[in-house]
Design a protein around this ligand. Structure first.
Ligand code: SF4
Ligand code: SF4
Length: 479
């Protein structure tokens, strides 16, 4: 329990993997005795408190270290456990109040698991010694904000940014010229792109999958294959992408942080290239808790989406693995990320998205949108941050099938909200709900096409691939 941040739950602390000396264990005891009550410290051994507005990010059930997932509820609670506040919502708001939002842009590393359970103060004390304790403590009272920041960074930057990570607050444009994929080519040519999503089959039979791919292929530039969405196991996204390339369709390989480790991510990204898969979408993934029981590992994830992008971008553009080994033949891919424009208020959401773009996102696929006008403040904030020209945004759309589906999306799917006017149109439509859903989708497309910063749409048909052709034709988006 913490006395600084109320309503915090107790979560178990990490313990060192190896046996340690008495002196080290003593220092750890002191650290947990102080930081436990103050911040609910779990002894992750890789402290980020200075960068997270002095709120411990390890409170997040997913252990995200670079910002919130899209599941934060409108009143700032966590969708995994709605009885507690989203810790990242709290961090962003405190950082804004204290004028420290610039710190939220820095791409922070995943845990070095060999340090978990260990104390972090020894490093800080030794670094203060190197910088000079007089200088460090003197700077705390300086009125010069820049000087304070500079001295502070000289102590903490080396600790939080180990050489194997080297995270920063800068934008890193892709270091290649020819488009890595056909999707990237279309976007570069300025076409209003249509992508869609096919949910992988529940068995090893690919007949239905092939039919669905062939049905949508003439109308879309790319097809996403989800990675155990809603935490329900299905055929792997990688296998589905291979089926798609065999059928001359362009796949988007979705990888979730939930089911990846830093090892599997790097291997899968290289392996995907061997099958001609050139688009990779990095997402955090739904909590295992939204899946079916028995619930799988609820512990924190090894990586978050920002870290996935950072690792994959460096593999491609700098030719290095996370551990620093050089690659003879770096992989080629076009990197994407997901975003939920309405999850936070637009100013804070834009910070989150800028960080993804800096880390390596070249295209965004948004969560399902039902109110195109609501995108405007978010797009304005992205523009203000000079992000719009650096990323292609595909707005997520789902043609509604029935009032029941509309209610389900509104009430059960994290990050999706339907305005009352849409819910009421669907309710009144009765037997004509399917047609009404298509009409709503077409109105949204017309409005999205006029928006600066929107490069296309991502159609999520919820299993109804047969309507893609009709929507694309009626929206005037035929290839
Ligand atoms: S970031 Fe890690 S070390 Fe720092 S307070 Fe949180 S759990 Fe403790
Ligand atoms: S809503 Fe997402 S980011 Fe926020 S605490 Fe919950 S899991 Fe973490």
């Amino acid at each position: 329990m913490s006395c600084i941040k109320p309503a915090r739950r107790w979560q178990p602390r990490f313990y060192p993997f190896r046996r340690e000396s008495f002196r080290k264990r003593f220092r750890e005891k002191i650290e947990i005795m102080l930081k436990g009550p103050l911040w609910g410290c779990r002894m992750c051994g890789n402290c980020l408190l200075q960068e997270t507005a002095f709120i411990c990010c390890m409170e997040c059930p997913k252990g995200l270290r670079n910002g919130p997932c899209g599941g934060v509820t409108p009143d700032g609670h966590c969708y995994v456990d709605p009885t507690r506040r989203c810790v990242w919502h709290a961090i962003y708001n405190r950082a804004r109040k204290t004028g420290r939002t610039d710190t939220l842009i820095e791409v922070l590393p995943p845990l070095d698991w060999s340090r978990t359970g260990g104390e972090t103060w020894a490093d800080v004390i030794s670094q203060i010694g190197k910088v000079g304790s007089g200088k460090f403590f003197g700077s705390l009272f300086s009125r010069d904000r820049e000087y304070r920041k500079q001295v502070w960074d000289s102590v903490f930057m080396t600790i939080r940014q180990p050489a194997w990570w080297n995270g920063d607050r800068e934008y890193h444009p892709a270091a290649y010229t020819e488009p890595a994929s056909e999707l990237e080519r279309s976007l570069r040519e300025g076409r209003f792109v249509v992508a869609t999503e096919i949910t992988p089959p529940l068995s090893s039979d690919t007949e239905k999958l092939r039919k669905a791919i062939e049905e949508v292929r003439p109308y879309v530039q790319a097809i996403n294959f989800t990675d155990a969405s809603s935490a329900i196991p299905r055929m792997s996204a990688l296998a589905c992408c291979k089926v798609a390339t065999d059928l001359n369709a362009e796949p988007v390989f979705q990888i979730t942080a939930r089911d990846s480790t830093r090892l599997s991510l790097q291997g899968d990204a290289i392996g995907a290239g061997q099958f001609g898969i050139r688009n990779i979408l990095c997402i955090t993934g739904d909590s295992p808790l939204v899946g079916n029981p028995p619930i799988s590992d609820m512990n924190i994830y090894d990586l978050d989406a920002v870290q996935m992008l950072w690792i994959l971008r460096r593999m491609r553009d700098e030719g290095i693995y996370l551990d620093g080994r050089k690659m003879k033949h770096p992989p080629r891919y076009f990197l994407g990320a997901a975003t939920t424009p309405g999850a936070l208020d637009p100013e804070l959401q834009a910070i989150r998205d800028q960080k993804k773009v800096n880390a390596g996102a070249q295209f965004f696929q948004t969560n399902i949108i039902f109110d195109a006008e609501k995108l405007d403040p978010w797009l304005e904030q992205l523009d203000k941050r000079n992000v719009l020209g650096k990323v292609s945004i595909l707005a997520g759309l789902a043609p509604l099938k029935s009032y029941k589906t509309a209610l389900y999306l509104h009430e059960k799917v994290p990050g999706v909200y339907l305005p009352d006017k849409i819910l009421s149109r669907m309710e009144k439509a009765g037997d004509g709900a399917r047609e009404e859903g298509i009409a709503i989708a077409l109105e949204l497309i017309a409005s999205l096409k006029r928006k600066k910063g929107i490069s296309g749409i991502h159609l999520m048909t919820l299993g109804g691939e047969d309507i893609i052709g009709r929507i694309v034709r009626e929206a005037g988006l035929d290839r």
